[in-house]
Design a protein around this ligand. Structure first.
Ligand SMILES: O=P(O)(O)OC[C@H]1O[C@H](OP(=O)(O)OP(=O)(O)O)[C@H](O)[C@@H]1O
Ligand code: HPA
Length: 165
C-alpha cells in the first residue's frame, strides 16, 4: 500500500480475465485500509483487451470499445492483470496508459508464465510464476469457457480439442 503513494488510486482492471482477481484484490486493499490508520480513496475502472484465439496469442490485439482514459492524468494507477503470458497485452496497455500521463503506474499480476519468447514486460507485484501451460478458471478462459471455475487449472488436450474454434 505504501508504494501506491498517499493519495487516491485508480484500479484499472483488465477484462475479461482480470475481473475475479481485481474483485478479490480490491477487497484485500479495503481490508488493509480498515486495519490501518489511513484510508485510500479508490476508483475502479475497467478496460477490455483481447487477443487470444484457442490457446494462441494473435497479432490482433485490440482495446475493445473506445477508451478515453484522460481522467488518469496525474493519478496513481494500479493495473490489475490476471496473467502475463507473452507480455504483449501488458506492454501495449502500458504504452496506452502512459499517453494519458498518470503520476504513477504499478502493475499487479496474479500469474506470470515462464515462456521462452516473452516481451519481457513484468508486473511490479506477482502472485505466482507458473509453467508454460494454458490455464483456465478464476475468470481465465479458453474460447470464453471455464471462466466460472472457482479454481485455476491446466486445460487438457482433449478439453482444448472439444472447445476449439
Ligand atoms: O501476455 P499475453 O500473451 O498478451 O496474454 C495475457 C492476456 O491474455 C488474456 O486476455 P485475452 O486476450 O484472452 O482476453 P480475455 O481477458 O477477454 O480472455 C489475459 O486475460 C491477459 O489479458
Ligand atoms: O494460460 C492462459 N489462460 C487463459 N488466458 C490466457 N491468456 C494468456 N495466457 C492464458
Amino acid at each position: 500500500m505504501d508504494d501506491l503513494g498517499d493519495h487516491d488510486i485508480v484500479v484499472l482492471c483488465v477484462l475479461k480475465g482480470g475481473y475475479q482477481f481485481s474483485a478479490d484484490l480490491v477487497e484485500g486493499i479495503k481490508a488493509l485500509s480498515r486495519n490501518s490508520n489511513r484510508t485510500i480513496p479508490m476508483r475502479v475502472h475497467f478496460i477490455r483487451l483481447k487477443s487470444y484465439l484457442n490457446d494462441q496469442s494473435t497479432e490482433d490485439l485490440q482495446i475493445v470499445g473506445a477508451e478515453d482514459l484522460s481522467f488518469l492524468n496525474g493519478k496513481n494507477v494500479l493495473i490489475v492483470e490476471a496473467i502475463v503470458d507473452t507480455g504483449k497485452t501488458l506492454k501495449m496497455l502500458l504504452n496506452h496508459v502512459e499517453t494519458f500521463r498518470p503520476k504513477l503506474i504499478k502493475v499487479a499480476g496474479l500469474l506470470v508464465k515462464r515462456v521462452p519468447h516473452s516481451v519481457a514486460c513484468l508486473p511490479d507485484y506477482v502472485g505466482f510464476e507458473i509453467p508454460n501451460r494454458f490455464v483456465v478458471g478464476y475468470a481465465l478462459d479458453y474460447n470464453e469457457y471455464f471462466r466460472d471455475l472457482d479454481h485455476l487449472c491446466v486445460i487438457s488436450e482433449s478439453g482444448k480439442m472439444k472447445y476449439k474454434i
